[in-house]
Design a protein around this ligand. Structure first.
Ligand SMILES: Nc1ncnc2c1ncn2[C@@H]1O[C@H](COP(=O)(O)OP(=O)(O)OP(=O)(O)O)[C@@H](O)[C@H]1O
Length: 384
């Protein structure tokens, strides 16, 4: 294959001076492994966490020199914070947004301090992760309905689909097409049901993402977080990729998370995985806002009768055992499956149903955990 090589990229990057203005960024060991795919160049520059903001011009300079190289179709450069430098081991306190209302009657919370060592995203009050120890427990379905529940509680909400290899938001929120860009760089988020949404599914075909490797995924994620015109948001919900591997750990480290919600099913095996999720967030000092038990019990579609056939209650016990809040139980219903798969989430399409009420309550608890006040009384639960 002809085209630009890694060596040429590194050679070009030697023209970019580091923060000491003496040595170049390659010499200073700030450049990650470089990935090149289809003429596009991806890498990250590691900077001390506390000076990440001032070093944005450095990122731009590096991106520019690479974009100008012959044979380069594009460049994506991310700044990553060096956790060793300056971020310290001090425990991180939970942010305490004070909720209020703007002149549109929207709830909002004033800017809070980003977590130590991590750069917040301007305009976004709190970023939370929805995570699960393993796939298939309904994490994405929960992320969507929780987001809509937060919105029903009067908050401005966005969703970032961080599952680069298996994005679900285009389907779950029935959004198709490509996002537009401002100045060829900042991406406008897509929107449906009043949620601002960004997903790799809007940007590349699924098989393209499949060949990506770690650092490229990180760069793409950082771009989806920081180079998107989110506007003012009370909460940005990040739908994490399932599992607790290195990729998830890095993500939990690099995204300035105010907290994490863990989704589990009641079965023992799922709980073992959920525990791994809890440990992962503990490791990176992200507070766990609580556990949701999904597919907790079964509601028969014909009679509405409840059946406790899955050993429901396991997640609540686990939460009590380790001292994190228990956020709620979501039943297994055909309705959730069908609406989720059809891109018509229940909280938006059947707001008066029992399930929507459950999600709204979970959302209110999450917002409370974040230090916010209840915004709007949840409507009375109406049984379907
Ligand atoms: N409470 C529920 N009742 C019935 N079906 C559900 C429920 N929650 C999720 N599902 C269904 O389970 C399947 C998996 O859900 P979802 O995609 O949200 O899980 P996930 O944990 O994000 O999966 P993945 O790890 O593959 O991304 C979907 O078909 C979804 O509609």
């Amino acid at each position: 294959m002809t085209g630009v090589t890694k060596e040429q990229v590194l050679e070009t990057l030697k023209t970019v001076r580091g923060p000491d203005l003496e040595h170049d960024i390659v010499e200073l060991g700030m450049v990650s492994d470089v990935f090149i795919s289809d003429g596009k160049v991806y890498f990250s520059i590691t900077v001390p966490a506390e000076s990440a903001k001032e070093l944005e011009p450095l990122r731009l300079a590096a991106e520019r020199v690479i974009k100008e190289m012959p044979g380069v179709k594009g460049a994506l450069v991310a700044l990553t914070a060096d956790k060793r430098a300056g971020s310290g081991a001090a425990p991180v306190s939970r942010p305490q947004p004070q909720a209020g209302h703007d002149h549109h009657g929207h709830a909002h919370a004033p800017q809070q301090q980003p977590r130590a060592g991590k750069l917040g995203v301007p305009g976004i009050n709190a970023i939370i992760a929805v995570a699960s120890g393993k796939g298939g427990v309904g994490k994405s379905t929960t992320a969507v309905n929780l987001s809509l529940g937060l919105q029903a509680n009067g908050l401005r909400v966005g969703i970032l689909d961080a599952d680069i290899y298996g994005p679900s938001m285009p389907r779950l929120l029935k959004i198709s097409g490509r996002p537009t860009q401002i100045d060829g760089r900042i991406i406008n988020p897509m929107e449906n049901y009043g949620l601002k949404v960004m997903s790799m599914g809007f940007l590349v075909d699924e098989d393209t993402a499949m060949i990506w490797r770690g650092p490229m995924v990180q760069s793409a994620l950082m771009q989806m977080l920081r180079e998107v015109a989110w506007g003012e948001l009370d909460v940005l919900v990040v739908d994490m990729p399932p599992g607790t591997g290195d990729a998830q750990l890095t993500m939990a480290q690099q995204v300035p998370l105010a907290g994490a919600v863990i989704v589990s099913t009641p079965q023992d095996l799922a709980l073992v995985d959920a525990r791994k999720g809890l440990n992962m967030f503990k490791k990176v000092e992200v507070p766990v806002l609580g556990i949701v038990e999904n597919m907790s019990y079964f509601i028969a579609p014909d009679t509405g009768t409840r059946y406790d056939i899955f050993g429901h209650g396991g997640a609540r016990k686990e939460a009590e055992r380790i001292g994190v809040p228990f956020l709620g139980e979501v039943p297994l219903t055909i309705n959730i499956r069908e609406t989720s798969d059809a891109g018509t989430p229940l909280v938006a399409t059947e707001p008066n149903g029992i399930v929507a009420g459950i999600y709204r309550e979970i959302a209110a608890k999450v917002w409370q955990q974040l230090g916010g006040q209840p915004q709007r009384a949840a409507p009375a639960i109406v049984f379907e």
